[in-house]
Design a protein around this ligand. Structure first.
Ligand code: NAD
Length: 306
């Protein structure tokens, strides 16, 4: 099998001045892509800005013989980030929404600023960059998008209600962008990473931290963004060289009405609870039609008296 290359492709990586984004930018550039290294260069909590983070990565790419340009805009100005790709390379093929900050506080102590800043960078930033790139992808009938979620969103994590909410918002955003992009060969997938970075240096246990190199996740992201990869609308968790697909599942559940004339009482819900929450028969729903289809067929059954 031949090597996978990205020659002629223009890849925008947000938050590429450090951590995971840097690993993505270096890998894409080493495989022939022209890379926009976006990074605001601020602090971990969304404070300040600097050109150094992006400049250092661009310099490293160039030193290795690759092609890259720095972009210092905040992802909140996503149209400006995409404009940098167009101004410098005349096109954009891949967008990796990776920029991120943390403003951890226990739920009761989260301020409006903590909430708004985290949502601005993660959720609105992903919206703005993607909305700027989407018409370009449509026109060229090609595009690959990565959104970045987190296990904190999927499962919750103490002190991260603002971040968890924004990250799950990103999952919803990705699912719909994947549906709307499908007919134009625009794929959109979510990566759920676990890696050593400044965001996790005081969260991950030290013995784990050393093993969780961002470089072990970058190839998973790169494959999802290759023209030969057909995956879209999916969520892939990855870390330490492991990767696996995640899905939302639903119990088989219970229809609590015997006839169309029946209502549902709180007592019926109580008495059905074991079956409603029995995950032994869980299923993944592939689409909203599939999910509501199960309800519709229950209703049909009631109507026909089956
Ligand atoms: P990191 O702090 O090393 O990198 C994030 C980069 O984003 C930084 O260089 C920062 O300057 C940049 N950035 C922040 N705000 C920006 C903005 N408004 N515009 C442009 N750039 C901005 O952290 P990381 O761990 O590499 O995180 C990358 C992504 O992965 C984030 O979205 C994070 O939430 C997510 N994530 C990371 C982990 C992990 O284990 N490291 C786990 C789950 C999710």
């Amino acid at each position: 099998m031949s090597d996978l290359r990205y020659d002629g492709r223009v890849v925008v990586v947000t938050g590429a001045g450090a951590g995971l984004g840097k690993a993505y930018a270096l890998l894409f550039a080493s495989k022939g892509a022209k890379v926009v290294v976006n990074d605001l260069g601020g602090g971990r909590h969304g404070d300040g800005s600097s050109s150094k983070a992006a400049d250092d990565v661009v310099e490293e790419i160039k030193k290795n013989g690759g092609t890259a340009v720095a972009d210092y805009n905040s992802v909140v100005d996503g149209d400006k980030v995409i404009k940098t790709a167009l101004d410098n390379f005349g096109r954009v093929d891949v967008l990796i929404n990776n920029a991120g900050i943390l403003r951890d506080k226990s739920f009761a102590r989260i301020s409006d600023v903590d909430w708004d800043l985290v949502h601005a960078v993660h959720l609105k930033g992903s919206f703005k960059t993607t909305q700027a790139a989407f018409p370009i992808f449509k026109k060229q009938n090609y595009g690959r998008i990565i959104m970045t979620a987190s296990n904190s969103g999927l499962y919750g994590n103490f002190g991260q209600a603002n971040y968890s909410a924004a990250k799950m918002g990103i999952v919803g955003l990705s699912s719909t962008v994947a549906i709307e992009g499908r007919k134009n060969n625009i794929h959109c997938n979510v990566i759920v990473p676990t890696a050593a970075s400044r965001l996790t240096e005081d969260i991950l246990p030290p013995e784990l931290y050393a093993e969780l190199k961002p470089e072990l996740i970058a190839p998973v992201v790169a494959w999802l963004c290759h023209e030969n990869c057909t995956e879209t609308g999916s969520m892939i968790e990855s870390g330490a060289g492991w990767a696996g697909k995640c899905q939302i599942v639903r119990a088989d559940g219970k229809l609590m009405r015997q006839t169309i004339a029946d209502g549902v009482s709180v007592e019926k819900v109580r008495d059905s609870w074991d079956k409603i929450t029995d995950m032994n028969s869980m299923q993944h729903m592939g689409s909203i039609q599939e999910a509501t289809g199960a309800l519709m067929s229950s209703l049909e059954g009631l109507r026909s008296g089956a």
